[in-house]
Write a protein of this length. Sequence first.
Length: 315
Amino acid sequence: EMWFYASSVVMPMDATISLLASQLVLVTCLCIAVSILLSYALSKRFTRPIREYAATARKLGKEKVEFRPTDLKEFDELAKALNYSAEELEKTEKMRRDFLANVSHDLRTPLTMVKAYAEMVRDISWRDEKKRNEHCKVIIDEVDRLTLLVNDILDLSKIQSGTREPEKKRVDLSSLAGTVLERFQILTEQSGYKFDLSADADCFVTADERMVEQIVYNLIGNAVKFDPVGGIVMIRLFRENGGIVFTVEDNGPGISAEAQKHIFDKFYQEDSSHKEEGNGLGLALVKRILAICHGEISVENVSPNGCRFTVRLSE
């Protein structure tokens, strides 16, 4: 028989378990405290830009604001988007103020003229046929100017809002240009204007006829406005590179390089000293219509004087 004998000192297990349990509770509490502090610090860091953006956004519309970027990529992208929105909002507000100012001015002047001449007809010239007719003509001209302004505003608003959809069909530009010119023949009799139309045959485009007619009418009207009395307006219509080119050239003072950059902006007028003021909407309307018709327009000065507007339309 063989016997094995082993002996060992056994430590009290209850004291060890109690010590480990107390240390675990302490470490757990410490971890919870650290995690709370860390979470608070991180949340403050991440939400600070949002709070700043919210405070800045509340000032939108009241003053010029800027959303400052942070060192976090996502917030930098948000700041860029918000800054872009703020710039667009500022532009819209400026356009609204300019619109009200310009429309108020354009309405006030003819209305004052209408009232003044109507009172003159009532009090002074009602017995004198010649003077009465002259005064009534001024009233009619000013009412026509008001009508043109209102129509331009409505047309531009419809095009911008997308409520006026083009009704495309084959349009003979040569015939249409001749029809539009007939409306300007009265200027030949009254002021000595001359209109020179040269058009190739078969100048057809697929477009909205009323929109194209508005382009032709506004460009010829613009040329008349800046052409001296008795001047000549040259209209050319021809085919080029698979498309149709339509040009209107006047003998006026031309357009400065700076003005050419803004000539198609709403309400922009280079010089208000001309004999006939416009409302600054005609060329802006032409630009909008061409965007719908997928056309292009450009302007250049010609020698020795005057300027030429060139419209290119695809067939």
